[in-house]
Design a protein around this ligand. Structure first.
Ligand SMILES: Nc1ncnc2c1ncn2[C@@H]1O[C@H](COP(=O)(O)OP(=O)(O)OP(=O)(O)O)[C@@H](O)[C@H]1O
Length: 586
């Protein structure tokens, strides 16, 4: 229960609705007691009519009519209150589910990239959907059934004891067995349904991968073997489902058996007592038979509630584990909220990735003045992207210091820093929305003209207007698939529209031809004259006009200077230049 205490703040938040729910539940249960009583009274009236000569047919008729009216009235009142009971408890639990989901999502957004490395996407999704739903069962149905069961037990059993104490004891005899059996059954059902759930996830992952990689499967002619794997997995899943159904099928027979047993006891003991004159009339037996049926569900629900709470406890424990994690990267105590000018300095910076223990940067020092352009070149895996990630504070340095406008990056307000940066990653990621929305992501209030202007600067406008829906073309699963180069250019437009003070391009022109790259860089130079830009590239053409160039190898700077200086030096840059020049001439 300890983990579930976390939800107390939400129970407190919705206390008004929940308390109202408790009162309504008590009311609903009290009204539900009247019909059995009235049915008992009616049976007693019939008995009286049969045994007495003074009680006339008209009197019996009148009493029965009144009782029928009261039964309908009480049943209606109980039905309306039961409806309201669900409206209060279940609606409150939906509000809590909504709040908890938002809290988990917000926490996800705050946590740093390291967190995403340590946890699988499937787990993150499960926490926010499946686990939150199970925790809701505690604040919703479990709470509602507990109140119902408790009210019914207290009110009904006290009433039964007053009416016929010995008969009550006998009637209740099988109930602990019923409750225990249902509990055991729900535990077994739970275990089996967890296994079924696991197989369902496996099946989903398998199918999703097969759909995503359908072109690879088809081109390698692997349809038959993938199909065979699917059939195996699906077969196993079927067997687990059948196991579950077998256990579930025991539930109702068990209930019917125990209700039957209680009914026999009521009839047998009740009749003996009636003949001994210990109970006043046959109506009491009829009343008790109805009570047995009324008590069955609440008694069974004790078992359900216990497993529901146990499952919610396990889910909430997992949710709390995520909620308690502190983001590695957050604002310092007194973050500096100045406007960023864009003077970036790396001073002896080293960085090691926590998860792989790879030291990606070793004692790196360089400076980019505000409004200047730095191009980073180097072999794959030499640490180029890492430099850009450190500037956006996606990670904090392991050693050394990064300053921006002379202030250590850790002291700058994170929001201010990140909103001053326009980052175009290596793998352009576009959302499954329209092209327009994707470009606007960089500036929510952008006008049509600004969107078009940004697309023109990224040399993608002509492509976009060729699509039948132009800027409203939807991308992703339900829409069209852009080519690698088109994707890169749309994501450049997204960065350009933001007009950030610092632009970080991570090899984001690798999929476009050299001419288009040159055209984009030319426009980019004009529109971002006073902006600081750091451009990772594999092409000398991008570096030609840069103020400074650094060449990385295995996390170290091996060459530094401008184009002129580096082409006159033996080394990586000169040989790359010559290679690319030759390729152009051919
Ligand atoms: N997220 C990460 N987690 C762990 N290790 C990483 C991560 N990203 C990069 N690395 C490792 O850090 C080193 C530097 O990688 P980085 O991506 O900075 O190189 P790069 O020069 O940008 O390479 P490329 O040109 O292929 O993009 C590599 O050895 C890489 O395996």
């Amino acid at each position: 229960m300890k983990s579930l205490f976390y939800l107390n703040k939400y129970l407190y938040k919705y206390r008004g609705r929940l308390l109202l729910g408790v009162f309504i539940t008590i009311g609903a249960r009290i009204f539900s007691l009247f019909p059995p009583q009235l049915i008992g009274d009616s049976t007693a009236a019939i008995e009286k009519y049969l045994n007495s000569e003074t009680y006339s047919n008209a009197e019996l008729r009148e009493e029965l009519m009144i009782n029928i009216g009261l039964i309908v009235g009480a049943a209606l009142a109980s039905a309306i209150l039961t409806f309201l009971m669900r409206q209060t408890f279940i609606v409150a639990s939906r509000y809590i589910e909504f709040d908890l989901k938002n809290e988990v999502f917000q926490q996800y957004e705050n946590l740093s990239l390291n967190f995403y490395k340590k946890n699988r996407t499937g787990d993150l999704m499960n926490r926010i959907s499946d686990d939150v739903s199970k925790s809701r069962m505690y604040v919703g149905p479990a709470l509602m059934y507990s109140v119902t069961t408790l009210t019914l037990f207290v009110v009904l059993i006290s009433y039964m004891f007053i009416k016929a104490p010995t008969l009550t004891l006998y009637t209740l005899l099988p109930f602990p067995i019923l409750s225990f059996a249902i509990y055991k059954l729900s535990v077994a059902v739970n275990q089996k349904s967890n296994v079924v759930q696991e197989f369902l996830s496996k099946l989903n992952t398998f199918t999703q991968e097969a759909f995503s990689g359908i072109s690879v499967i088809k081109s390698y002619g692997m349809m038959a073997s993938v199909n065979a794997n699917f059939v195996d997995l699906s077969n196993e899943s079927k067997h687990k489902n059948i196991d579950l159904v077998k256990v579930q099928a025991l539930f109702f027979p068990l209930m019917i058996l125990l209700i039957g047993l209680s009914n026999i006891i009521v009839i047998y003991v009740g009749s003996l007592q009636y003949f001994n004159g210990e109970i006043a009339d046959v109506g009491v037996i009829v009343e008790f038979i109805i009570y047995v049926n009324m008590l069955t569900w609440p008694v069974a629900s004790v078992g359900f509630i216990t497993t529901m709470v146990q499952r919610a406890e396990a889910s909430q424990k997992r949710i709390n584990h995520f909620l308690k994690q502190k983001p590695d990267i957050s604002n310092s105590n007194n973050p500096i909220k100045k406007d960023i000018e864009g003077h970036i300095k790396f001073d002896n910076v080293s960085f090691t990735y926590e998860d792989t223990n790879i030291t990606a940067l070793k004692n790196i020092s360089f400076e980019v003045k505000s409004g200047h352009r730095l191009v980073i070149l180097g072999n794959t895996g030499s640490g180029k992207s890492t430099i850009l990630e450190l500037i956006g504070r996606l990670y904090d340095v392991s050693k050394g210091e990064i300053t921006i406008d002379g202030i250590p990056i850790e002291n700058l307000d994170l929001n201010k820093l990140r909103s001053a940066i326009g980052y175009v990653p290596q793998d352009a990621f576009l959302f499954s929305e329209s092209i327009k929305e994707n470009i606007k992501f960089g500036k929510a209030d952008a006008t049509e003209e600004e969107i078009i202007e940004a697309a023109k600067s990224a040399e993608v406008h002509d492509n976009i207007i060729n699509f039948s829906k132009g800027y409203d073309t939807v991308l992703g699963e339900r829409g069209i698939t852009l080519s690698g180069g088109q994707k890169q250019r749309v994501s450049i437009a997204r960065a350009i529209i933001k007009s950030p003070q610092i632009v970080l391009f991570d090899d984001c022109l690798s999929a476009v031809d050299t001419e288009t790259e040159e055209a984009i860089m030319h426009k980019f130079n004009t529109i971002s004259k006073n902006k600081t830009a750091i451009i990772v590239s594999h092409r000398v053409s991008s570096a030609r006009n840069a103020d400074d160039i650094i060449v990385l190898e295995k996390g170290k700077i091996i060459q530094q200077g401008n184009h002129q200086q580096l082409v006159n030096q033996e080394g990586y840059y000169k040989s790359l230049y010559e290679k690319q020049l030759k390729a152009k001439e051919n």
